[in-house]
Write a protein that binds this ligand. Sequence first.
Ligand SMILES: Nc1nc2c(ncn2[C@@H]2O[C@H](COP(=O)(O)OP(=O)(O)OP(=O)(O)O)[C@@H](O)[C@H]2O)c(=O)[nH]1
Ligand SMILES: [Mg+2]
Length: 385
Amino acid sequence: MSSRISRGRKQAKKGVQLTIMVVGASGTGRTTFVNTLIDQPLLPHRSASLLSDPSNPGSALDPSLVRQAAGDAHNEVPIQIKTHYVELEEDGVRISLTVVDTPGFGDGIDNEASFGEISSYLERQYDGILAEESRIKRNPRFRDNRVHALLYFIAPTGHALREIDIELMRRLSPLVNVIPVIGKSDTMTPTELRMFKKRIMEDIEHYGIPVYNFPYDVEEDDEETIADNSELRSLLPFAIVGSEEEILMGGNPVRGRRYPWGIVEVDNTSHCDFQRLRGALFMSHLTDLKEITHDFLYENWRTEKLSRSVGNGDPDSSILPEDMANQSVRLKEEQLRREEEKLREIEYKVQREIQMRKQELMAKEDSLKVLEARLAAQGNGRDGY
Ligand SMILES: Nc1nc2c(ncn2[C@@H]2O[C@H](COP(=O)(O)OP(=O)(O)OP(=O)(O)O)[C@@H](O)[C@H]2O)c(=O)[nH]1
Ligand SMILES: [Mg+2]
């Protein structure tokens, strides 16, 4: 048991791993958003991104994924799936972030192939973990690349969702936490944005699309969690503004977009939801996104896959006897792995809790000091009479 805990600690020190995928039509602001999110130019802009970028060693093009989207005969624009890696530090916690971009989505006439490419990418990551779980001896260098959140960029048209939006979210929600966002939301007025958000959520409900909606349990969760989650839910789909530019405002640099009539600030929560989404991804909901991916989405996929392979009478798809013999060992290994993961997540939560308490304490100390100074000043004033 103790060795398991120390291993868990080591991994907690190594930091947490998070994978997000960005999908959306060309020019909806995915690249700008990612670079704003991590505050560095990780993703190259379109002109440079058609081939793997040699200047960015963290960038890799999955060669099997560069295929013609709707058949070579029509020479359609290919969809690409590109992974980028970056290490971040967020409030003292190291995050090993993988960003998966999907340039070319929705560019062709036939989007069927694009859906297929993305869902088979997601499933391949599940296949990888399933194979790893089935090993008697673990591969220490195995990288879990399951996608924990898919940010789906809706174009700021102000109309309703398009068929491609509904279809993508509907088909991928059972595989991944889909978070809908509106790209370039500064192109709409606040009233237009409010109406657009409302219409989108009505459509999502109408089609019964299980997007990630910051789930909470009124019976089990504490009041703060319920309040936070219901507030984040009410912001869906998040209104995004991205900018890789800093503008001086009153001598201070702010990230924003300058217009003749004013500046839209990326980090100002009354201008857009960027900061709220960032906070949810990297802090408040990181663990939840990972847990839902593992305990629910992957688990459902796995159960379905295994029950399919056990077999509806197809002799080719039944489990081999030696596989059955190894089953109990595998289950035990898997259980151990899950316990380790749980411990890691608990450590991460505790670390965060400590950080928050420290900050609260510091804030209290500051206000105490102010109070003391004010009392002292009052005392001095009275002495003077
Ligand atoms: N108004 C506005 N423009 C934006 C925003 N984000 C990006 N843009 C601009 O929109 C254009 C496309 O942005 P990208 O970030 O390259 O969009 P993308 O989705 O990565 O596009 P592709 O990779 O070509 O599919 C650029 O000219 C950006 O400067 C935003 O929040 N608001
Ligand atoms: Mg791009």
